[in-house]
Design a protein around this ligand. Structure first.
Ligand SMILES: [Fe+2]
Length: 269
């Protein structure tokens, strides 16, 4: 029995980017993310009122012993990111094969690949239902190190689900009440955008986070203000690489999916 997306639109509101919607509109006095016990909980209507959706599932260092393998992948991959596009209209029958193809190209250690496979397939199905408006999903594996950019921002996607596997820290985000939106919109620096540095929220490796972007349809919530964590370094001076899984949701009306694996330069998570 298929679940009903909380984003089902009524005929009167079948406009994907309503003129009344402003991603920059602060929704004060409300927690930025809705925390669910499991990823299926992202389908609950309560989530429509929040800028992000979260499942706390910390790995507690489970994959941190694989830094050498992740460092090796940086040298082996022709770019920082691997991407495959999946048709959202037929997700149940083609997500598994697309993820498998992605993992073959990534050639990660088997145990880590199994974890990514399970996460991508499970989280991908929920994201596809949650974002039934989207014609395709982009499943990506990315590695961030010196290429990381950590300015506070909102994504120009409809949405992005993200899991960190290595690197010890995950994505940081802010409640809207802690954001100076004028500074955010007018290229202010991080110190000006944030009102209280003590109130930065962080997810951990293993946590599942869905971040609504500026093109997420509906007026129930805004886009999540977030950034990459600050770069970290090993004692010998080498940057600590963070391996991430992303499931990106392009804006409604985006192109049809392209078959096969694409190597692309990663953007800020
Ligand atoms: Fe981002």
């Amino acid at each position: 029995m298929p679940r009903t997306s909380p984003l089902q639109l009524t005929p009167a509101s079948r406009v994907w980017l309503p003129s009344t919607y402003s991603a920059a509109t602060p929704k004060k006095h409300r927690a930025a993310v809705y925390v669910a016990d499991d990823v299926d909980g992202w389908m609950r209507t309560e989530g429509t009122k929040h800028n992000g959706l979260l499942v706390e599932r910390p790995f507690d260092g489970r994959w941190e012993g694989l830094h050498a393998e992740v460092d090796e992948a940086v040298d082996r991959w022709p770019s920082y990111a691997l991407c495959t596009q999946v048709d959202n209209a037929d997700l149940a029958s083609n997500l598994d094969a697309s993820v498998e193809e992605l993992l073959e190209a990534a050639a990660l250690p088997a145990a880590l690949a199994a974890q990514v496979r399970d996460d991508a397939c499970r989280m991908g199905l929920v994201v596809g239902e949650l974002c039934a408006f989207a014609p395709l999903l982009e499943v990506k594996l990315e590695i961030f190190g010196e290429n990381s950019c950590s300015r506070w921002h909102q994504d120009y996607y409809a949405g992005r689900a993200i899991i960190t596997y290595t690197g010890g820290v995950g994505t940081e985000y802010l409640d809207d009440s802690n954001v100076d939106f004028h500074e955010l919109e007018h290229c202010g620096n991080n110190d000006c955008i944030i009102r209280d540095k003590r109130q930065v929220r962080r997810v951990m490796p293993g946590d599942m986070l869905f971040m609504k972007g500026r093109r997420f349809p509906g007026a129930g919530a805004g886009a999540l203000v977030h950034k990459s964590p600050e770069k970290r370094y090993h004692p010998d001076g080498r940057v600590v690489h963070r391996l991430l899984l992303k499931i990106d949701v392009p804006a409604p009306g985006a192109r049809q999916p392209v078959a096969g694996i694409q190597w692309e330069r990663g953007g800020p998570p």
